[in-house]
Design a protein around this ligand. Structure first.
Ligand SMILES: Cc1ncc(COP(=O)(O)O)c(C=O)c1O
Length: 400
C-alpha cells in the first residue's frame, strides 16, 4: 500500500502519514541494508543430524539436539504412547485442568537430577525466565545480570521492574564491585547468569558467583538450557565444577539436549510453591502437551543410563577446537567470531557449499561486531565429517 493522505485529528489539515505496511517495509529495508534481515527457511530434519534445506541435504551443526534424542526411538515411542493415553493438548493452564499426570513424574525426575526439593515445569525456557524472575523480584529490588545472558533472562529482569545492572561477561570481580556499591539500597538482590552461554559456549564462574551471592545476601539464578544432559555428568553446570555449587534457582530447558520442548525451575519446596502461585507465564498459559512431557522423561532415562553417550558432544567439540586451534571447548557450543554480519553470511554460505549447515548468528542476538558462526556438536556427528569441517574452518575461514 502506498503512503496514504490522512486528516490529522483535531486540525483538519491533510498530512502524509505512513501506513503500517510502509513502516514495516522501511524497517525491513533498513535490516536488508545492514545485512541483518532474517528469514524463515524451511528445514526438514530427516534424522538427528541431517537436514534438507532449499532441496539440499546438509549435515547440520546448528541444532541444539546435542544428544540426538528428538529422534531416539524410545523417546518417540514415549511421546506417541502419551498421545494415545492423554491426547494431544493439555486443554488448559496447569492450575485449571491442564496438569495431566505426567507432570508429577517429570518434576520428581528433574528435582532428583538437580538435587533440589522440587521443580516446576513451564511451557518453554522463555516463559520460565520471564515468569520466575518477576515472581520473586520486584521494583524495590536489584538484579545483577551477565551482559551476555540470554534474551529471556533480560526479559524476566525487565518485567520485574527491579533495578537491573549488567556486569561484564563472566566478570565476578565487577559483579562484586557492583554489589558492594548498590546492594544496601535494595530489599532483595538476584544474580542472574546462563550456566553455559548459548552463543559463546563458555561456562559461568559459578563457584565465584555463589560465593558472592552468599556474601551479599543475593539469590543466584542460573539458566542451564545448554548444560543439562551434556555437562557435569548430565546434571548440568552446577555439577561441572567438582562439588555441586549452591544455586538456589536453577532454570533449564527441555528443548535442547533433552530433545523435547518446555522448561523447568528446580528449587526448594517453598520457592516452587510460591512460583506456582505467582509466575504469570505458568498461571496464564496452557500446560505443555503430554507428548512433550513424556518425551522429556524418556530422554532423562537415556541420559541416566548412558553417561558415556552424554559426554560425547563435549568430546567432539573439544576435538574440533583442537583441530582448528581455537580455545578449548567447554561445552558442545563453539563460536567462530568473524566480525561483520556480511562476513558471517559469507562464511556460512561457504560451508553450505561444502554440505554443512552452520547458520550465521548476527546482532542483536550477539553484540555488534561479533557476528559469528556457532557450531553445535552432537553425539552422532561422524568424526570424519568433523575433521573435514575443521579443515575448512582453519583454511578458508580463520585464515582470512
Ligand atoms: C540460554 C537459553 N535460555 C533459554 C532459551 C529459551 O528456551 P526455549 O527455546 O525453551 O524458549 C534458550 C534458547 O532457546 C537459551 O539458549
Amino acid at each position: 500500500m502506498p503512503t496514504q493522505l490522512k486528516v490529522s485529528p483535531g486540525t483538519g489539515a491533510d498530512i502524509a502519514t505512513p501506513s503500517l505496511d510502509d513502516i514495516a517495509r522501511q524497517k525491513l529495508a533498513d535490516l536488508d541494508r545492514r545485512q541483518l534481515r532474517r528469514r524463515l527457511v524451511e528445514t526438514a530434519r530427516t534424522d538427528s543430524i541431517w537436514t534438507v534445506r532449499n532441496g539440499r541435504r546438509l549435515l547440520s551443526f546448528s541444532c541444539n539436539d546435542y544428544l540426538n534424542l528428538a529422534q531416539h526411538p524410545a523417546v518417540k515411542e514415549a511421546a506417541i504412547a502419551a498421545i494415545q493415553r492423554h491426547g494431544v493438548g493439555a486443554g488448559a493452564s496447569r492450575l485449571v485442568t491442564g496438569n495431566h499426570p505426567l507432570f508429577v513424574e517429570l518434576e520428581a525426575r528433574l528435582a532428583r537430577v538437580k538435587q533440589t526439593e522440587g521443580s516446576c515445569v513451564f511451557g518453554s525456557g522463555y516463559l520460565a525466565n520471564s515468569g520466575v524472575i518477576p515472581a520473586l523480584i520486584g521494583p524495590e529490588d536489584l538484579i545483577l545480570i551477565d551482559e551476555l545472558a540470554h534474551a529471556c533472562l533480560w526479559a524476566g529482569a525487565r518485567l520485574s521492574r527491579a533495578s537491573v545492572l549488567p556486569f561484564r561477561h563472566n566478570d565476578a570481580k565487577q559483579a562484586e564491585a557492583l554489589l558492594a556499591r548498590h546492594r544496601h539500597r535494595h530489599r532483595h538482590a538476584l544474580l542472574a547468569t546462563d550456566g553455559v552461554f548459548s552463543m559463546d559456549g563458555d561456562l559461568a564462574p559459578l563457584p565465584a558467583l555463589a560465593a558472592l551471592a552468599g556474601r551479599f545476601d543475593a539469590w543466584l539464578l542460573t539458566d542451564d538450557a545448554h548444560g543439562i544432559g551434556v555437562i557435569g555428568g548430565g546434571r548440568g553446570s552446577t555439577f561441572a565444577h567438582g562439588n555441586k555449587v549452591d544455586v538456589p534457582l536453577q532454570v533449564g530447558t527441555l528443548s535442547k539436549a533433552i530433545g523435547s520442548y518446555g522448561a523447568y525451575l528446580c528449587a526448594s519446596r517453598p520457592v516452587i510453591d510460591l512460583v506456582q502461585n505467582r509466575a504469570r507465564t505458568l498461571i496464564y498459559s496452557t500446560g505443555l502437551p503430554p507428548a512433550a512431557v513424556a518425551a522429556a522423561i524418556a530422554a532423562l532415562d537415556v541420559i541416566e543410563r548412558d553417561p558415556a553417550y552424554a559426554a560425547l558432544p563435549v568430546q567432539k567439540a573439544k576435538a574440533f577446537t583442537q583441530m582448528t586451534g581455537l580455545l578449548e571447548a567447554q561445552s558442545p557450543i563453539v563460536p567462530v567470531i568473524v566480525g561483520s554480519a556480511e562476513a558471517a553470511l559469507h562464511a556460512s554460505a561457504l560451508l553450505e557449499q561444502e554440505g554443512f549447515l552452520v547458520v550465521p548468528i548476527r546482532p542483536p542476538t550477539v553484540p555488534e561486531g561479533t557476528a559469528r558462526l556457532r557450531f553445535s556438536f552432537s553425539a552422532l556427528h561422524p568424526d570424519a565429517e568433523i575433521e573435514r569441517l575443521a579443515l575448512l574452518v582453519r583454511t578458508r575461514i580463520l585464515a582470512q
